[in-house]
Design a protein around this ligand. Structure first.
Ligand code: F6R
Length: 605
């Protein structure tokens, strides 16, 4: 999704801006650009190809300057063409980049047209550029503060004006923006990661903040226009490029990192204590009688899996809702709810908005399960539990998902213990099972050659069904999502018992049916559902626990999972589905790490 980098320095800043864009590339974008102030006016280069192409352009044209802003754009308003790429200019005096969506852009555009401004792009961003230009009276900071009062929607912006050659101004509302502090130079970015290598000192701007960067000074005003001091945080963890190593794609690397990521996420202590979730957790957990989980996409599926754990281990009623639905629904708030938001990035616009909506309804206790400790979500919640997946580059989430599952299992066990449903011997058993997970995962990863053989068949299909039951229904959903998002094969998942209520009509010899078959209490029911598929000629591809006695025969292909893993089985069963999607996509030759139309960290609604 869109990325911003900006800088004020006493050296040519273009290489820093381009490097920042490179670091944000993995998030997905369809055009990019950079603008510097030089010789009393803004100059820019834009490209609808990759950042490498932009780099070539700036080298060829010798685009250089001490003050600059840069952007990767993921199109919302207007096609991904050069004219719509940022930076957007206003009257050749001001340059601006923007992440987010301005909802009242049409009325602002009419108003600005009335003032003689000409619009040359289809973007909503152009209204911000002209609006700030129209309010500029020699003080960019003041003009931006005045302009943002008139914007409805979400934005993070960076602006520069030809009459203030050593200044970049930024503002945020609903989209992230951080200030990077240097020695005699200062930076701005939508993600601290973009500034790794330039600084380790950051100010994470708050909602409504406007900031002014000059060579020696950073000034921040809050939404009411009062100058404020924001905490400076030192974050060293962003340094260093992420290497691909022996893998073909980051997704493959991240699938194989799961034993390490899970090992790092499992708490060190041999007991489940509320303090794992923060100092206030013991009190908060004592005051709740239900959970409301809010998330999007893959993170939503980890929430769905957790519902089974929370209700069976902790006996606590749990509701799981897609964040983009919850935020606009008239719901009935319950002050005794623990609102749990789950997110890899901690910046997903819909999940953040749902969290704020829940808080505005009076929900006091909130918990984030997140992979980024400095994210807005972690800062906004009362409690947090950080997953230690490490940086996830592939757009399709893999290690973020399995580490979320670990965190949620720990939550269920902790609440179960507090509520008297997990005694010392059960606690010790859960700890043992968690500790053994990395080794168990390694055995599952060793199935890769068998999965590659299946992926050859899958790559020639255009549709697939995924079946699971109980705890493994969300895993079937996740398997179908992985397959569709990176191989572009249409895939749908159903709880197997639901097949006869409609989707069975789709089953023919041409329909592969992937089945998640752990040896649990629903196994016999699942076997009957598989018979229903076979009777209609459907081809079954089954991931079966070794002790299920499901054996390969005509139309029934079986890969045996090395271990039966009880309640934690979803964490193992999802891995072959990730590998199946990955290798099928490779056979089809798609851009696995950057699938079409998708972005990592969805910071617009
Ligand atoms: C799918 C995928 C997405 C994300 C979703 C939420 O592979 O990665 O569905 O899970 O966009 O993102 P986060 O977890 O960052 O809130």
């Amino acid at each position: 999704m869109c990325g911003i980098v900006g800088a004020v320095a006493q050296r040519n800043i273009v290489p820093v801006l381009i490097e920042g864009l490179r670091r944000l590339e993995y998030r997905g974008y369809d055009s990019c650009g950079v603008a510097v102030l030089a010789g009393g006016e803004p100059h820019r280069a834009r490209s609808v190809a990759r950042v490498a192409d932009l780099d070539e352009q700036v080298r060829e044209t010798h685009l250089e300057g001490f003050t600059g802003i840069a952007h990767t754009r993921w199109a919302t308003h207007g096609a991904p063409v050069t004219n719509n790429a940022h930076p957007i200019f206003s009257r050749n005096a001001l340059a601006l980049v923007h992440n987010g969506i301005i909802e009242n852009y049409e009325s602002l555009r009419d108003m600005l047209r009335g003032k003689g401004y000409e619009f040359v792009s289809q973007t909503d961003t152009e209204v911000i550029a002209h609006l700030i230009h129209s309010l500029y009276r020699g003080d960019l900071f003041a003009a931006v503060r005045e302009a943002v009062q008139q914007l409805h929607g979400a934005y993070a912006i960076a602006v520069e004006h030809k009459d203030q050659p050593d200044t970049v101004v930024g503002a945020r509302q609903g989209s992230p923006l951080v200030v990077g502090l240097g020695e005699g130079e200062n930076f701005l970015a939508s993600d601290a990661l973009a500034l790794a290598g330039s600084t380790e000192h950051f100010i994470f701007l708050e909602e409504g903040d406007v900031c002014e960067l000059t060579l020696e000074r950073v000034r921040v005003a809050d939404r009411d226009g009062n100058d404020v001091e924001r905490e400076v945080r030192t974050v060293a963890a962003y340094g260093g490029a992420v290497e691909l190593g022996p893998y073909r794609h980051f997704m493959q690397k991240e699938i194989f990192e799961q034993p390490r990521a899970i090992g790092d996420t499992i708490p060190q202590a041999d007991s489940f204590d509320a303090s794992l979730f923060g100092d206030a957790a013991a009190t908060a957990f004592g005051e709740i009688d239900n959970l409301l989980i809010l998330a999007c996409g893959t993170s939503y599926y980890s929430g769905l899996t957790a519902k089974y754990w929370l209700e069976s281990i902790a006996k606590i009623p749990t509701q799981v809702e897609i964040a983009s639905e919850y935020r606009y629904r008239d719901s009935v708030p319950n002050p005794k709810s623990l609102v749990v938001v789950i997110s890899q990035s901690g910046e997903t616009a819909d999940t953040l908005a749902a969290l704020k909506h829940a808080q505005s309804l009076g929900h006091k206790h909130t918990l984030s399960i997140c992979n980024v400790g400095t994210s807005a979500m972690v800062r906004l919640t009362e409690l947090s539990f950080l997953t230690h997946a490490g940086r996830e580059i592939g757009v399709a989430s893999t290690k973020a998902f399995t580490t979320q599952l670990v965190a949620l299992f720990v939550l269920a066990a902790t609440l179960g213990k507090l509520r008297g449903h997990v005694d010392a011997s059960l606690e010790a058993q859960y700890v043992r099972q968690l500790r053994h997970l990395p080794a168990a995962l390694n055995s599952v990863l060793a199935l890769e050659p068998q999965i590659i053989a299946w992926s050859e068949d899958f790559s020639r299909k255009e549709n697939a069904l995924f079946l699971g039951r109980g705890l493994h229904y969300p895993i079937a959903l996740e398997g179908a999502l992985k397959l569709k998002e990176i191989s572009y094969i249409h895939a749908e998942a159903y709880p197997a018992g639901e097949l006869k209520h409609g989707p069975l009509a789709l089953v023919t010899e041409a329909m592969p049916v992937v089945t998640v078959a752990p040896n649990d209490t629903l196994l016999e029911k699942l076997k009957s559902n598989m018979q229903e598929v076979r009777a209609r000629g459907g081809e079954l591809y089954v991931f079966a626990d070794s002790d299920t006695r499901i054996v390969s025969e005509e139309g029934l292909h079986v890969i045996r999972m090395p271990e039966h893993y009880g309640l934690l089985s979803p964490i193992l069963h999802v891995v072959p589905l990730q590998l199946l999607a990955y290798h099928t996509a490779c056979s089809r030759g798609t851009d696995v790490d950057k699938p079409r139309n998708l972005a990592k960290s969805v910071t617009v609604e």
